[in-house]
Design a protein around this ligand. Structure first.
Ligand SMILES: [Zn+2]
Length: 408
């Protein structure tokens, strides 16, 4: 977005479908990038911007991005970071940007109010109202930004068949019923950075009298949460153990060990807190545990714990399940299918608003223009919203004179 001589970018995402790998715009003359949250489809192309460009983002967002890259053995994005805080306005010359904390599957996700030249723009970022921070959407609905000239609204769930969504509270309830009714170990495949989900699993495990077992990566993510809250579970809470021995831990252990400047005494703390657990202990009573794991190691873990009866819960967006013949996922799904003593379930709540929440927010903010973003269904916006203004990639819109013009 541009006003006078100033130009800022809101997010620089790498499309999840791989449809673009370079930034589709001129990068010279940009004064700042604002990153709404830590998902790669919002920051993944930022490394193509000049290294000295100020990148505004939440501190937790930066820590989560760092963790993802470090544990995946990827170079860290070379950001000149500037931390922003909810509802604290940042001035980039005459452009004012105010981050609004939103409910999303990432624990720190911002929408942006951008003001310049007497015009006001609201960028929704990714949001929902059915997570653990659903109150943030309620608060925004009761106290919305006024006189918005253009609202950029995500529409991830538009066109998806599963419009009836589970809330995060429903997920917790369903996990609890599984943890109570199944006798064997319960494995759960989910994102370590989806803190709402980790909390749901922890609470379900605790109520069912099971111990939650996490990996070193997830334990680290929960430590990083400490920069914003003390209220999310971590390895020094009762009821959580870190699988920190043997082959399931070896890669993540080596990563944390090799970077003491980032991890400090974290590994030592796992053992000094007696928060560590190994497969032998789990083997002695597998039904006592709920184990967060990646899909592929579950088979070997079951073999090594001598367990045949188990429940495997897939708690990610179903679109991530690869059904390509011969893929590693497919091999595991076939193995699960062929094993009569294994139960497979999908339990997931989307990180994105359903149509009802999208409409509620748009109706309340009542912008002069609604601009679809982050959607595969921009042509369907007309059906659901008033004042829709469709823009193609690279097309500019001048708010002052309300003119469309193609960028050359
Ligand atoms: Zn997201």
């Amino acid at each position: 977005m541009r006003s006078g001589k100033r130009r800022i970018l809101l997010d620089a995402g790498l499309p999840l479908d791989g449809s673009a790998t370079t930034l589709p715009l001129r990068v010279e003359g940009i004064d700042a990038l604002f990153v709404s949250h830590c998902h790669p489809d919002h920051y993944g192309l930022a490394s193509q911007l000049p290294e000295d460009l100020p990148v505004y983002l939440g501190e937790l967002t930066w820590r989560f991005i760092r963790a993802r890259h470090v544990f995946m053995n990827e170079d860290l994005p070379n950001f000149t970071t500037r931390f922003m805080h909810p509802w604290e306005t940042i001035d980039i010359g005459e452009i004012k940007v105010t981050p609004y904390l939103m409910d999303h599957s990432s624990p720190e996700a911002f929408a942006f109010l951008v003001e310049a030249d007497g015009k006001r723009l609201f960028y929704s970022g990714d949001f929902r109202g059915h997570g653990r921070k659903g109150k943030l959407l309620k608060n925004l609905l009761s106290n919305p930004p006024k006189k918005i000239d253009a609202m950029l609204v995500e529409g991830t769930t538009l066109g998806r068949k599963d419009q009836h969504q589970l809330s995060e509270a429903d997920v917790e309830q369903e996990l609890l019923s599984i943890a109570q009714n199944e006798s064997g170990p319960v494995f759960i495949v989910c994102s370590g950075q989806n803190i709402d989900r980790i909390v749901s699993i922890f609470r379900a495990a605790k109520k069912a009298g099971r111990t939650l077992v996490i990996d070193i990566y997830t334990a680290w993510i929960l430590e990083e949460m400490r920069c914003v809250t003390q209220n999310t579970p971590a390895m020094d809470w009762g009821g959580i153990k870190v699988l920190a021995h043997g082959w399931p831990a070896s890669r993540q252990y080596a990563t944390a060990k090799s970077q003491p400047d980032i991890f400090g005494g974290f590994l030592r703390r796992i053992y000094s807190l007696n928060a560590d657990i190994n497969l032998d202990t789990i083997r002695s009573n597998p039904g006592d545990y709920m184990i967060k794991a990646n899909l592929w190691p579950i088979k070997r873990m079951l073999q090594e714990t001598g367990t045949s009866k188990a429940t495997i819960i897939y708690s990610l967006w179903p679109g991530y399940m690869s059904s390509e013949p011969g893929s590693r996922d497919m091999e595991i799904f076939e193995w699960i299918n062929d094993a009569p003593s294994l139960t497979f379930k999908q339990v997931h709540a989307s990180g994105h608003a359903d149509l009802e929440s999208l409409q509620a927010l748009v109706k309340t903010i009542a912008p002069a223009k609604v601009i679809p973003i982050h959607t595969e269904m921009k042509n369907a916006y007309d059906k659901h919203f008033q004042q829709v203004c469709l823009l193609d990639d690279g097309q500019s819109l001048t708010l002052k004179n309300m003119e469309n013009s193609k960028r050359k």
